[in-house]
Design a protein around this ligand. Structure first.
Ligand code: SAM
Length: 273
């Protein structure tokens, strides 16, 4: 639970002159109950390590600290650092703030164990960070991901085969991990409100299917979804041996990429070696 003795976030923002910057994707959350709900998504955080990207004035950070986590927070906006330092004083030895660009920092090296990653991500860097966390060695160096995305991106992450939203991101997110939409978040919850709705996505790692290499899987999905309206006979031509491998394992070449399940893409990647 967020501590009731902390000053209201709006006051912190006013005192530190934290007017929201569009360029930095700043849409802040102030609702303590909503922030506590987000902090509960990864499960019991008491005594765990959490990596937070983009703490801003520290709304979600408060909720994570209140849930008992030790938080390492990476924030690019220098203006937020004094506000976060104040929060650190309220939770001695529990908050480490790193000023910098999360895209330029090797997050792995910051932890001895496997942290949970929790973030209300800046939309302009969210997908890039997410793809990076999913493309690491497996099992990954993190325990779970709890991330705010635009609803449309969240839908693409959890999309089942056969749906319009199904594509490269769904295969990447589902072939060796389990993503789910933990909660929708209305645009009016943010200050200022973005144009679109959002959702919190929760991802936990699973066992990787044996014999499947990520670069091969990515080449296949890039080719197949690059021409998603075309039959596999055509769209897979750019990947040497893929058409023959699909035939060999019984995937009909008249099908289109969006009908091919994650398990079938994995089987194809394995057959290609
Ligand atoms: N966590 C806060 C909340 O929930 O109210 C703020 C969320 S706001 C959507 C995104 C935050 O990410 C901003 O504070 C912004 O300054 C920060 N940010 C943007 N780009 C960043 C980057 N490349 N690395 C680290 N932080 C970044």
């Amino acid at each position: 639970m967020t501590r009731p003795d902390l000053p209201p976030l709006r006051e912190v923002i006013a005192r530190h002159g934290l007017t929201a910057s569009k360029a930095l994707g700043q849409n802040f959350l102030f609702d303590g109950q909503l922030l506590d709900r987000i902090a509960r998504v990864p499960g019991n955080l008491d005594g765990t390590e959490v990596l937070e990207i983009g703490p801003g004035p520290g709304g979600l950070t408060r909720a994570l600290l209140g849930a008992g986590a030790r938080v390492t927070a990476i924030e690019r906006d220098r203006r937020c650092i004094p506000a976060l330092a104040e929060l650190g004083e309220a939770y001695p030895d529990r908050l480490r703030v790193i000023e910098g660009d999360a895209l330029a920092i090797d997050h792995r090296t910051l932890f001895a164990g496997a942290p949970h990653i929790v973030a209300n991500l800046p939309y302009n860097v969210g997908t890039e960070l997410f793809v990076g966390w999913l493309s690491t060695e497996w099992r990954p160096w993190w325990q779970s991901l709890t991330l705010m995305f635009q609803r449309e991106v969240a839908d693409r992450i959890v999309a089942p085969a056969g749906s319009d939203a199904y594509g490269r991101l769904a295969v990447l997110a589902q072939w060796r991990s389990i993503p789910r939409i933990a909660m929708p978040v209305h645009r009016s919850a943010f200050t200022p409100p973005p144009k679109v709705m959002s959702a919190v996505v929760h991802v936990v790692p699973a066992d990787a299917p044996e014999g499947v290499r990520l670069p091969t899987l990515e080449r296949l999905t890039a080719a197949a979804f690059g021409q998603r309206r075309k039959m596999l006979r055509t769209s897979l031509k750019g990947v040497p041996g893929a058409v023959e491998a699909a035939e060999r394992i019984g995937i009909e070449l008249t099908r289109r990429a969006e009908t091919v399940s994650v398990a079938e893409f994995c089987a194809l990647a394995k057959a290609l070696g």
